[in-house]
Ligand binder design. Structure first.
Ligand SMILES: [Zn+2]
Length: 206
C-alpha cells in the first residue's frame, strides 16, 4: 500500500492518501480542501478514489468534499453519525474561526465502532474515539493508525469546542488506542507522526 501525506490549509491539516498497488483503489483520510497535488497523485498512479473517510466533522477536515465528489462522483464519503450535527452546522461553526462562508458537505454514509472497511487487499478498522468531538474516530490499517484530532505527537486534541470532553478523550486514548501495539505508527490530523509506544511514555496530557 502506498501512503502519501499532504499538509493543507491555514491550520496545516494532514490529509492522507492510501493507494492499493494491485487494484489501484484509493482512500483519502480527511478532506480539508480541493487539492491539485492529491488529484495529480491519483492520476500518477492511475488510481480510483473509492472512499473519503473522515476522522471527524470539524470544518478544517471536511470542506473539500463537495469539490472532490464533483470530480470523483463514485467515491463514498463516510463519517461517524455522532458528528452529523456538527457537519450540518458548519456555516455557524466556521464563523467562530473568522471564516465567513462554508458550504454543507455531502455525506454518503456512516461508520460505526469496530466496522471493517475493505479497499483493495486492505482492511480498515474503525475505532470510535469520542472526546475531541462526539463522532471522532481513528482508522487502523495494518500497523498504521490515522488518529485525526484525537491523538497528536506528545499531545491530544482540544476539548474546549462544542461536543468536546476531556474525560472522554482521555479514556478513548487510554482504553482504546493504548491497547494497540507499541510499534503502531500514528498519523495525526495535525503535526508530525508518532507511535503508540512513544505516546504511552511521553504524552503529558494523559
Ligand atoms: Zn478537529
Amino acid at each position: 500500500m502506498i501512503l502519501k501525506q499532504f499538509t493543507i490549509g491555514s491550520l496545516e491539516n494532514n490529509n492522507y492518501l492510501l493507494i492499493d498497488e494491485k487494484t489501484k483503489e484509493a482512500v483519502l483520510i480527511d478532506c480539508t480542501q480541493e487539492c491539485e497535488d492529491i488529484e495529480n497523485t491519483l492520476k500518477e498512479y492511475n488510481a480510483t478514489l473509492k472512499y473519503i473517510l473522515l476522522t471527524h466533522g470539524h470544518f478544517d477536515h471536511i470542506l473539500g468534499i463537495n469539490g472532490f465528489k464533483h470530480k470523483y462522483p463514485d467515491c463514498k464519503v463516510l463519517v461517524h453519525g455522532g458528528d452529523k450535527m456538527l457537519m450540518d452546522k458548519v456555516e455557524e461553526f466556521v464563523k467562530s474561526f473568522g471564516i465567513n462562508e462554508a458550504q454543507i458537505q455531502e455525506i454518503d454514509g456512516y461508520v460505526e465502532d469496530n466496522q471493517i472497511i475493505k479497499f483493495g487487499e486492505n482492511e480498515i478498522k474503525v475505532i470510535h474515539t469520542p472526546g475531541h468531538t462526539k463522532g471522532g474516530v481513528c482508522y487502523l490499517i495494518g500497523d498504521k493508525l490515522f488518529s485525526g484530532d484525537t491523538l497528536f505527537y506528545e499531545s491530544v486534541g482540544r476539548t474546549d469546542l462544542p461536543d468536546g470532553h476531556f474525560g472522554q478523550i482521555k479514556s478513548s486514548i487510554e482504553e482504546r488506542l493504548f491497547k494497540l501495539d507499541d510499534n503502531i505508527q500514528v498519523y495525526a490530523g495535525h503535526g508530525p507522526s508518532t507511535t503508540i509506544g512513544h505516546e504511552k511514555i511521553n504524552n503529558k496530557f494523559l
